[in-house]
Structure formats: C-alpha cells, structure tokens
Design a binder for this molecule. Structure first.
Ligand code: DQA
Length: 146
C-alpha cells in the first residue's frame, strides 16, 4: 500500500513554531520518521506540505485511484475548510485526521472539524509520534476492511 501524508499551513515551521505546543521535532524529522516506519511496515510514503488550500486540494485529488490512504494534518484549515472536506469525499480515499496537539483541550474554535466528518478516525495529542500511529491505524483499517 501507499499513503499520502499531507501537511497544511504553518507546519513547515514545525520545531520552531510554538515549541511548547507543537514540540521541537521539525517537519523534516517527521518525514524521516514516516519513511523509516513505512519501510518497517511495508508502506510506500509520499510526504507533502503546503500553506495553500488549493495546493492541498490538488494533492488530495492526486491520490485518486493511485494511493490507498491519506493522513492529513490540515492545520487550521481543519476548522474552516469545506473545500478540503469535499476533496476527500471526491478522491474516495480513506483519510485519517491528525493533529500534533490535543485540539479538544485547546480553544473552542479548534473543537470543530470539517475533516472529521469524512475521516475514518482522528488522532490528536501525541505530538510527532501521531504520524506513525496514524500509519499503523491506516494499515490496520485497510486490512480489516478487506
Ligand atoms: C494542528 C492544530 C490546529 O488547530 C492548528 O491550527 C495547527 C496545528 C496540530 O497539529 O496540532 O496548525 O493541526
């Protein structure tokens, strides 16, 4: 199987951006962790980040019929973007919503998610480890779905 691990706005600054909230691991570190984990569990990994909503939508469309799972940390677009929600439905790919922080323990405006409505499940609050947890969760979802 192949997964797209897609990161939205401001996540390029991971490691330096509010480290008390998001940790000191950089996005390049996360990518390395995901690639190493992919080799271990037999999953191909495409890893992308964009600050632009349209580019994220294009990346989601690009998975259609080509990849098996989407792991999406949409950043603040999680809480605002109907267009990202529709892109996931259109691509017909199982998606896991991911956040480094526990969004439910934070401000009220982070409790609402458009992505969750079209996701298999949500992983949040485990920091950078959430990415490899999400990979395991997606793989087991695909296996039990068969
Ligand atoms: C985030 C949580 C979002 O609310 C926030 O806007 C982010 C990062 C997280 O990974 O914890 O940009 O998605």
């Amino acid at each position: 199987p192949g997964f797209l691990i897609l990161n939205g706005p401001n996540l390029n600054l991971l490691g330096t951006r509010q480290p008390e909230v998001y940790g000191r691991t950089t996005l390049a570190d996360v990518e390395g962790m995901c690639r190493a984990h992919g080799e271990k569990i037999g999953v191909g990994v495409e890893f992308e980040q964009s600050n632009h909503e349209g580019a994220l939508i294009d990346a989601i469309h690009g998975t259609r019929g080509r990849l098996d799972g989407l792991i999406l940390n949409a950043g603040a677009y999680t809480h605002t973007s109907l267009a990202l929600m529709d892109a996931i439905s259109s691509a017909e790919i199982p998606a896991i919503e991911l956040h480094l922080s526990n969004v439910h323990a934070r401000e009220e405006f982070r409790h609402k998610s458009y992505i969750a409505r079209v996701a298999v499940g949500v992983i949040c609050g485990f920091g950078a480890r959430g990415y490899t947890l999400a990979m395991d969760a997606m793989l087991s979802h695909l296996e039990t779905r068969k």
